[in-house]
Write a protein that binds this ligand. Structure first.
Ligand SMILES: *Cc1c(COP(=O)(O)O)cnc(C)c1O
Length: 642
């Protein structure tokens, strides 16, 4: 690829660089004026709204960055897409059953998300899946009329009673039995309450999947019944005259399965279980294939763990035809297919937006015009190397510079070289390293020994956010989300950077990025100046991040707004939620803000007594302290000197 020069840079070059058309799936694009837009189809035509307009709209309502932005339309579009694609594939393949989606609550439990899924999903009878008692309560309050309710997870007596009451209320609420010990309690409670339960069995398929969640399936998975347990459970249900309750078979291969071949193998195995159980008279009607439908975070349609080598259409075809073909020899009626697609449904709806606060460059701060006489000979030699560098081969120059830099550091440690000499030497080293790096840009291939050089010279851009609160999976499991500036895309990004967050933790960083050229440890960014906002967006982060996030360094929830975009290119703010205040975060750690304030007052009053401060200062300090308790936890840009 020929890199366009700085002057001829266009917005298409930015779009190509950041790969937005690969992972954006048409929902996100770059406008002719250089902003990232949310792009949506309407009957009246396409509407594209710059994210910067939404950021401004949030600011006008007093919601500063960092901001978690949810676009409701994108959530709705996903529900439509999965239901309509299954419907079309079912029609085209003459499959005799239907499709029912359920949303697994654990993937995003936020009120605004669940309410919208239930409201918008009502047309399709899109249901909900619970994995705990708390999630089940949430489902009961939000489920639409035709949605299925799937109860997974460990079930105690109270969980079971809730589900039984739901059945009595007319919901199709399935208890999915995950372990043999659950059944006796379900039988007992259903007899006591005189409510006939709907039951499912979770099977363990032996087909293994690749990706980051391989432990979910296979013999050693902690979920589901082994084949022997399955048969014993069925016999027990027959003895109890409850086999008519058993209508569903469940399996969940794992999340984010990149390879369609592996999905097919799992579905085939699950269908074989279904076929043989149906053939022996179990009145099964539903086959629930769990989650696993992947999101193409890196946008290259590959078997990479953060991509997928199939489209939604391929996925639906794979499920429908594999079930159909596997059941054919025994002439089993086609089941209603259920999927619990979580990641696929919500990933696109959320974007984390944060501003850059500062930049650290790995460049010399100053260099002298010529070398002073009285300088240590080694530092003088480094200076000569710096002057001759253009005549030297890159590898040679760099190895010599490093050897000398390390010797100079040794001499500093043992007292031979003075601090100011060392400072000059460090500046010289950085100057040499940057020149070598420029030389590399002109070579066809980077010599092996210099592959890490570019990364080691990259800038650090400090972002106003916390990885641990907002993007925990990037830290915990090496998840990669697309990250890019949301404006200035008509300018050439001239810097290479990694991103550091506000926490005092060296893990609080983003240093794996997706560019259309491939994965990269650095991200091209625009030159930052403190007088102008520079805003980055992290995309496709709507699944799993919000509740997994934690309070590291006491950074709490960010501001959140949900917007709905209209066909006339306006947008409505549907829901808004202020980020945690410092006092709220302290409250989560069992501090009582009132007594907290009283303790501080005692300290301050003692200082007055000892004459360290006067009463007037006391009042100012107390007022400042009280005000800060009500502030949010992130960097407050409003007081910045510009
Ligand atoms: C986590 C989970 C899901 C969601 O998986 P995705 O890959 O996010 O779609 C579905 N079903 C069960 C049982 C789960 O544990």
């Amino acid at each position: 690829m020929i890199t366009p020069s700085k002057d001829s840079w266009t917005v298409s070059d930015s779009a190509a660089l950041y790969g937005i058309n690969n992972w954006g799936e048409g929902n996100f694009s770059v406008s002719s004026s250089g902003e990232v837009t949310v792009t949506l189809p309407f009957p009246t035509g396409q509407v594209a709204i710059p994210l910067t307009d939404i950021v401004q709209g949030a600011r006008d309502r007093d919601y500063a960055l960092p901001l978690l932005l949810r676009i409701e339309n994108l959530l709705d579009a996903r529900i439509t897409l999965i239901n309509e694609t299954f419907r079309q594939v079912i029609l085209a393949t003459k499959y005799n059953g239907s499709y029912k989606g359920v949303f697994p609550i654990k993937v995003n439990q936020q009120c605004a998300v669940i309410e919208e899924i239930s409201r918008f999903g009502a047309d399709y009878g899109h249901g909900l899946e619970a994995g705990s008692k708390a999630e089940l309560l949430l489902c009961l309050a939000n489920l639409n009329d035709n949605g299925l309710l799937i109860c997974n997870g460990y079930k105690d007596r109270d969980y079971i009673d809730l589900g039984l009451w739901a059945t009595k209320l007319g919901h199709r609420c399935f208890f999915v039995i995950e372990s043999p010990t659950e059944l006796p309690l379900i039988i007992e409670r259903s007899q006591q309450l005189n409510i006939r339960p709907l039951l499912g069995l979770r099977i363990k398929v032996s087909a293994k999947v690749s990706g980051l969640w391989t432990e979910t399936s296979g013999d050693r998975s902690s979920f589901g019944l082994s084949t022997a347990q399955l048969i014993a459970t069925i016999d027990q249900l027959r003895d109890e005259k409850m086999i008519d309750c058993l209508q569903l078979l469940h399996c969940h291969l794992g999340s984010q399965i990149p390879d369609i071949g592996e999905i097919q193998a799992g579905v085939r195995e699950a269908s074989r279980f279904y076929a043989d159980l149906a053939a022996e008279g179990v009145p099964l009607q539903y086959l629930d294939l769990g989650g696993g439908l992947a999101v193409d975070y890196i946008g290259n349609q590959s078997e990479h763990s953060q991509s997928r080598n199939y489209s939604l259409d391929n996925y639906c075809h794979c499920l429908v035809t594999t079930i159909k073909e596997t059941l054919a020899p025994q002439k089993i009626d086609h089941p209603t297919i259920i999927t619990e697609s979580g990641r696929f449904t919500v990933a696109h709806t959320s974007i984390l937006l944060f501003n850059i606060l500062d930049v650290m460059r790995h460049e010399p701060i100053s260099l002298p015009e010529n070398c002073q006489q009285e300088i240590h000979p080694l530092v003088a030699e480094q200076y000569q190397l710096y002057e001759q560098i253009s005549d030297l081969e890159a590898v040679d120059a760099y190895t010599r510079a490093i050897t000398r830099r390390d010797k100079i550091r040794d001499l500093f440690r043992n007292g031979t070289i003075r601090l100011r000499e060392r400072s000059l030497a460090e500046n010289l080293f950085l100057a040499i390293a940057n020149r070598v790096s420029e030389k590399l840009d002109r070579l066809d291939e980077t010599p092996l020994s210099l592959t890490g050089l570019k990364q080691s010279l990259a800038d650090i851009y400090y972002g106003n956010f916390s990885v641990f609160q907002s993007l925990p999976d990037t830290w915990a499991i090496g998840q990669i989300f697309p990250v890019m500036p949301i404006h200035r895309l008509n300018e050439c990004p001239e810097r290479n950077a990694s991103i550091s967050d506000l926490t005092c933790d060296c893990d609080g960083k983003l240093d794996h990025f997706i560019l259309s050229a491939g994965e990269s440890r650095t991200l091209p960014l625009h030159t930052f100046n403190t007088t102008e906002d520079y805003i980055l967006g992290v995309f496709l982060m709507g699944a799993y991040q919000e509740t997994l996030g934690d309070l590291h360094n006491l950074f709490g929830d960010t501001n959140v707004i949900s917007v709905r975009i209209n066909g006339d290119a306006s947008f409505d703010v549907i829901k808004e939620q202020s980020g945690d205040t410092i006092s709220e975060v302290l409250g989560m750690l069992e501090y009582n803000p009132t007594s907290f304030f009283a303790d501080f007052r005692d300290t301050i009053e003692a200082a007055v007594k000892q004459g360290q401060i006067n009463v007037n200062e006391r009042q100012q300090i107390l007022a400042h302290f009280a005000d800060r308790l009500n502030d949010q936890t992130y960097f407050n840009n409003s007081g910045r000197t510009q």
